[in-house]
Design a protein around this ligand. Structure first.
Ligand code: HEC
Ligand code: HEC
Length: 305
């Protein structure tokens, strides 16, 4: 009895200290894909996420709309990986108001955003077979998630701020040592000649995500690579330190990439994320600090407002 009390005391302490891993979201099993037309649509949606370029890239079989990347390049394992930018909360949280557009966005609008920014192109028409299939797939992925809920492991991890400027020189060294073998000396990625899809997607240059994309913000990039790169890393076995994640983000987001006109974004300037790299801002910190940090002073100043 006494031992049991001590044991439960210890378990209690461990839980309080946050050492017990949270219960992460599990995507529904394939056996739960319904039969018939809806099931076919869901499977097509999943294939479009995993192999976007095959259908909609520069050599796509349906239309030529995007830069050659796949949604899955950033939404890993077809948008099901824990802390790999998964889609678990798409259906439970959309439509919702977003500060970037200053409007309430539907799932279709949100998907279109990634086509126009991360995939540097155009979205398929909202009524198209392709758009409808991706929406059906995301709805199915959210089967077990109640309206308004965000399961554990959604999105990307928030990497703790450094107390210094993110260092692109160190980032370049890390890139050469740990990333270049797959993503290329010139960040160009790797494709078998004539293939529609990359084996390794590009990091910068004309075929990479544009400067309006989520990954162009250092915190998103750092959060993505921390638990997912080099390929094979996961939240359970990350391979980069926090510092490495920020530094490599600073390097890659200093390299050239396509530009997107964002003059209509962030109608409420005060709502821009702390690490949004282009002004105007509601505070007096310079653009450089908003891009490379240190971010804590900006966060502190914002709290005081
Ligand atoms: C270059 C990386 C990249 C690619 C490629 C990409 N995305 Fe995204 N996507 C992101 C990031 C980063 C976010 C989170 C951005 C944020 O909210 O700050 C995101 C967010 C989303 C969301 C909202 C998720 C949520 O829970 O709020 C949807 C839906 C989405 N993407 C769909 C797609 C689809 C569909 C494609 C392919 C057509 C795609 N994305 C391609 C990086 C990418
Ligand atoms: C063993 C090969 C390999 C290595 C090494 C590697 N990656 Fe990747 N990376 C991939 C693959 C493959 C994908 C696409 C994943 C998919 O589609 O399932 C990817 C995707 C990405 C993406 C999102 C897509 C894009 O192109 O924007 C980023 C960012 C990224 N890697 C950064 C890095 C960084 C930073 C490093 C070094 C710390 C690194 N990777 C090391 C293979 C690799």
């Amino acid at each position: 009895m006494k031992h049991l009390t001590i044991l439960s005391g210890i378990i209690c302490l461990i839980t309080l200290a946050g050492l017990v891993p949270p219960t992460y979201w599990k995507p529904p099993a394939d056996s739960r894909i319904p039969a018939g037309t809806l099931g076919k649509q869901i499977r097509y949606g999943r294939d479009l996420v995993a192999h976007t370029a095959k259908y909609l890239g520069p050599n796509g079989s349906v239309k030529h709309l995007s830069n050659g990347m796949n949604c899955q390049n950033c939404h890993l394992e077809a948008g099901t990986k824990i802390l790999g930018n998964n889609y678990s909360a798409v259906f439970s949280t959309y439509p919702r108001f977003r500060e970037r557009s200053g409007a309430t966005e539907t799932v279709i609008k949100r998907i279109s955003d990634c086509f126009e920014r991360s995939l540097g192109g155009k979205a398929p028409d909202s009524a198209s077979r392709e758009m409808q299939a991706m929406v059906a797939y995301m709805r199915w992925l959210g089967t077990d998630v109640a309206k308004g809920q965000k399961p554990e492991g959604v999105g990307l991890v928030k990497v703790a701020y450094l107390d210094r400027v993110a260092d692109s020189t160190k980032g370049r060294q890390l890139y050469v040592a740990k990333c270049q073998v797959c993503h290329g000396v010139k960040g160009e990625g790797m494709k078998v000649a004539g293939a529609s899809e990359y084996i390794y997607p590009p990091m910068w240059g004309p075929h990479s995500y544009n400067d309006g994309a989520g990954l162009y913000r250092l915190s998103s990039f750092a959060g993505y690579v921390k638990n997912n790169m080099p390929f094979g890393a996961s939240y359970a076995s990350p391979q980069l330190t926090d510092e490495e994640s920020w530094d490599v983000a600073a390097f890659i987001n200093s390299m050239p990439r396509p530009h997107k006109d964002q003059s209509k974004d962030w109608p409420n300037v005060a709502s821009k994320p702390i690490d949004f790299p282009t002004g105007p801002y509601a505070d007096s910190f310079p653009e450089r600090q908003h891009k490379f940090g240190p971010f804590q002073p900006i966060a502190d100043a914002r709290k005081k407002q």
